[in-house]
Design a protein around this ligand. Structure first.
Ligand code: PAN
Ligand code: ZN
Length: 184
């Protein structure tokens, strides 16, 4: 029998993907109006500033029950005012769908929020492994001075629900205050 190579590969170093059915999405500052606390600082910045990029491998159609997606998020270093660059954050559309995250490069914080608005936080670093339970909103924050690369694997039918976060926020913000990383 023929032994084939897989149609996709990822970098062991930073999780970059190449191959079939790999897509890339880019989030710029202008896509995150209302997400940062310091609106004045937000509007003083170039709206085209790239905050993060996500590479995703979708071997099955979105919504396929039992399927899995695989991706890497790259969050640039930087701040809006004193608040670190971060992802939008979301609950899954099918609320009970869980996910794995793992740290590849850089330093950051993973912020969790349950449906009642209770928060918990975990350090993200090369080699860190994070189980994101179902019914928990999740957001990545880059607290370092280099790119934060984080791998992820999630159910193909999970979907993303951004509305509740856009409306009510995440309950906690990760900032640099007096040279320290603080969550408040
Ligand atoms: C991740 C996230 C990725 C970007 O792949 O989608 O980090 O964050 P936002 O989707 O909040 O902009 C994931 O959690 N997928 O389910
Ligand atoms: Zn998710």
């Amino acid at each position: 029998m023929i032994i084939k190579n897989p149609s996709v590969e990822f970098s062991k170093q930073n999780g970059m993907l190449k191959g079939e059915n790999v897509s890339k999405s880019i989030r710029k500052l202008k896509d995150m109006d209302g997400f940062y606390e310091d609106e004045e600082a937000f509007h003083a910045m170039d709206p085209e500033t790239v905050l993060y990029e996500v590479e995703a491998y979708a071997p099955v159609e979105s919504g396929t029950e039992g399927g899995l997606f695989f991706g890497t998020s790259f969050i640039n270093p930087g701040k809006v005012g004193n608040e670190y660059f971060m992802t939008k954050g979301h609950f899954h559309e099918i609320l009970n769908r869980a996910e794995y995250y793992w740290g590849l490069e850089g330093e950051g914080v993973l912020v969790f929020m349950d449906e009642e608005g209770n928060n918990s936080l975990q350090h993200v670093y090369p080699g860190s492994l994070h189980y994101v339970p179902g019914k928990i909103a999740h957001r990545l924050v880059n607290t370092g001075s280099t790119k934060l690369a984080v791998g992820a694997c999630w159910p193909a039918d999970a979907g993303h629900q951004y509305g509740p976060i856009a409306e009510k926020g995440f309950g906690v913000r990760v900032k640099e205050i007096g040279g320290k990383i603080l969550a408040e």
